[in-house]
Write a protein that binds this ligand. Structure first.
Ligand code: ADP
Ligand code: MG
Length: 362
């Protein structure tokens, strides 16, 4: 027999009807018809009562519980949110509690799994990237020890190469530290009001030599105002601008290279644009250049000393400012990197939450 509200109603109804009729039969002088009527009435009443109680209070809720469990199993959290609403039925309440607890745990497990994959990949990437400069420096030092030290010219050349590898290593470790601090939220933003144009002018001065060597000229667009005030973390936005401008200088071999920074007010915010007329980025790579260690053309970037962390840092810093970087690029013509900065004070945004949001949007 099936264990459902109807069968329970039938069994209990029959028992109640039989017991009632047996008791009534003890009454002296009661007629058979009266007993039959009492049997019928007590059976149908108790059947209906038991069945509806069981159906509405127990079985339906149990059914829902199973349905939710199935959904949980399939990582579908839609039904749980539907169950919001007040109820006094203890089974319903217990059901709701268990399900919200289970879904929270399930989400937690999914997050932990994702983090685990992230950590594994990160470790593999870092070891892989560290290997190259360490091997190179190791090779130069060993060659020196094996006899190259005798020749002063060769010795100097090898030492310079070893030093360059170690500088690259130092740079990478610094970049990795910045990324991990930004991701863990340890690095708090220091938001202040300052003149962004003045800051970019300082960066232009610092990069002048680098740009001259590559015949690249640095400048502002005509519509950039003499003073552009923003609320931001001065030091970190300095990193963002430096990384973008260095990339704009680095990824081109144009004899009339141009890097133009435009700072314009738009909808009460400042729109920052860094435009170059360099190599450009193929469409399939544009989506990925903000990933750590991602380089468009490994050999091209490597020969230029890049480690693929610059734009990952840019993305994190902008996320902490509650904004993001957009890229427009066409191969052979050049690229434009743009983002908005606030002109009003704001609270720092959590990088991890922004990363999660971004991931859900993909
Ligand atoms: N302005 C640009 N023009 C062309 N390619 C660019 C530009 N900026 C970035 N890229 C590409 O995006 C990749 C990632 O940039 P980034 O994270 O700064 O790393 P890298 O350390 O290699 O410079 C670079 O390797 C380069 O191929
Ligand atoms: Mg770079």
């Amino acid at each position: 027999m099936f264990f459902n509200s109807r069968s329970v109603g039938l069994v209990l109804g029959a028992i109640i009807a039989v017991v009632t009729t047996l008791f009534l039969s003890l009454v002296p002088g009661i007629s058979d018809i009266a007993l039959l009527v009492a049997l019928g009435i007590s059976f149908s009443c108790s059947y209906l009562l038991v069945m509806s109680t069981m159906e509405f209070l127990v079985f339906r809720e149990l059914g829902k519980m199973y349905e939710v469990l199935d959904k949980l199993h399939a990582d579908d959290f839609s039904l749980i949110e539907e169950q919001v609403g007040e109820s006094t039925n203890p089974i319903k309440l217990a059901n709701k509690k268990i399900m919200s607890y289970a879904s929270a745990k399930r989400k937690e497990i999914a997050d932990l799994k994702r983090m685990e994959v992230y950590r594994r990949e990160f470790l593999a990437d870092v070891s892989h990237e560290l290997k190259t400069p360490i091997f190179a420096a190791q090779g130069f030092v060993h060659t020196l020890l094996d006899g190259a030290l005798e020749d002063e010219v060769i010795a100097k050349r090898f030492l310079k190469k070893a030093a360059k590898s170690l500088d690259g290593l130092d740079n990478m470790v610094h970049n990795l530290l910045s990324i991990s601090q930004l991701e863990s939220g340890d690095a708090k933003l220091v938001v202040e009001r300052y003149d962004l144009r003045e800051q970019v002018e300082e960066i232009f001065d610092q990069l002048e030599n680098k740009a001259d060597k590559k015949y690249v000229s640095l400048g502002f667009s005509e519509d950039t105002a003499p003073e552009v005030l923003v609320y931001a973390d001065r030091r970190r936005i300095g990193h963002v601008m430096t990384n973008l401008i260095v990339n704009a200088i680095k990824y081109q071999d144009n004899k009339a290279g141009l890097v133009e920074v435009s700072l314009k007010e738009e909808d009460g915010k400042i729109l920052v644009k860094v435009t170059d007329n360099g190599f450009g980025i193929p469409e399939e790579d544009v989506k990925r250049i903000f990933e750590r260690f991602y380089r468009v053309e490994k050999s091209r970037a490597k020969s230029k000393g890049g480690n693929g962390l610059g734009l990952a840092i840019v993305r994190h810093i902008l996320q902490a400012h509650g904004t993001q970087c957009f890229v427009k690029s066409s191969v052979g013509l050049g690229s434009t990197f743009s983002f908005y900065l606030s002109t009003e004070y704001f609270e720092e945004h959590d990088v991890q939450t922004e990363l999660d949001k971004e991931e859900q949007n993909i």
